[in-house]
Design a protein around this ligand. Structure first.
Ligand SMILES: [Zn+2]
Length: 331
């Protein structure tokens, strides 16, 4: 990895490219948070630095070489950090379908069987997060469900980016009415074979939900505003949204470690800070509950003082190194 000051002359593609065939794979976006158009490179990486096994990748399919430089660029107005310029959504899809999906669509890989690319520590932390987010959302929306407006029927939960359906299986054991939105057809098929309700955004987003959870999705999405529009539209007034993603600290943290797992400007486009995430959520009709409200709601949700204390201390948007998570309420 090199920093933003490293020789711009080394950049073979991107904004300075001259080949029209390469240009078809790239686009420059306006800031999805504030609409600003002035960006400057914050972290600059060559493809060969962040992609661990280029031998499996036919780079010509996405107009790249091992020396292609990707910039995590920072918006001059609001400091939002995102890959810009970036691969177009169709080039990004090609990258996913050709190179990433064959690994991630393999359920045995996800579950950490021999040869897995997912460590058991990573898998355990994902399971803990899933369990906690589900319990948190249920506790937070408890007042609505037991209150005057909705006393009948189970809580309706949407997992936006439901992957292999772990969250949905857990939600089912909790007695929730759960559905998932998923991009990958093979994962949709896998979930359906387990009796889970999963489909494309067009298939699922007609319904309304009490809870939307979206784990480790926000860093991937090409169109942040459409993503949040989808979620805001799927929630009833007062509904709970819980998400988590990556911060700009991801890059220096991994730089210090000398290995790049999360730092991947093709897969992980959006690195959010607290202010950016709050602005985006508020723009789409969410409010961020205060510490006192979190404390009261979780107490009403029968959470012990020890379990609710972190939320009352750190608030609804928590940042911990590379990780950011948020609780928001649909207004
Ligand atoms: Zn901006």
């Amino acid at each position: 990895m090199c920093d933003a000051d490293c020789a711009a002359s080394a950049r073979p593609t991107g904004v300075t490219m001259t080949s029209t065939s390469a240009a078809a794979f790239w686009e420059t976006i306006a800031c999805p948070v504030c609409g600003g158009t002035s960006f400057s490179p914050r972290f600059r990486l060559r493809f060969s630095e962040f992609a661990s096994d280029l031998s499996k990748v036919n780079l010509k399919l996405i107009g790249c070489t091992p020396d292609t430089v990707f910039d995590y660029s920072e918006c001059a107005s609001c400091s939002f950090v995102t890959t810009n310029p970036r691969l177009t959504s169709s080039a990004n899809e090609t990258f996913y379908n050709s190179f990433k999906a064959p690994y991630t669509d393999n359920i045995s890989t996800e579950l950490g069987s021999p040869g897995s690319t997912v460590s058991s520590a990573h898998r355990t932390s994902k399971m803990i997060r899933t369990f906690r987010d589900l319990q948190l959302a249920i506790a937070l929306c408890g007042r609505r469900v037991t209150g005057a407006r909705r006393t009948d029927g189970p809580i309706r939960m949407l997992d936006y980016g439901s992957g292999h359906g772990y969250m949905l299986q857990l939600a089912r054991t909790f007695g929730l009415e759960a559905a998932g939105v998923e991009l990958s057809q093979s994962r949709i098929d896998l979930c359906r074979s387990m009796g889970l309700k999963v489909g494309s955004r067009e298939e699922i987003l007609d319904s309304k939900f009490d809870i939307v959870i979206s784990q480790s999705v926000i860093e991937h999405v090409n169109d942040l505003n459409r993503y949040l529009q989808d979620i805001a539209g799927a929630l009833d007034k007062g509904g709970i949204f819980i998400c988590n993603g990556l911060t700009p600290q991801t890059v220096p943290i991994e730089q210090r470690r000398g290995r790049y797992k999360l730092t991947h400007p093709i897969s992980h486009l959006n690195l959010m800070n607290r202010r950016n995430l709050q602005t985006l959520l508020e723009k789409h009709g969410f409010r961020i509950p205060g510490r006192r409200e979190l404390w009261d709601r979780l107490r009403e949700g029968s959470w012990s003082i020890y379990m609710r204390a972190p939320y009352a201390i750190y608030g609804a948007i928590m940042v911990d190194g590379a990780d950011i998570q948020a609780i928001a309420i649909k207004t």
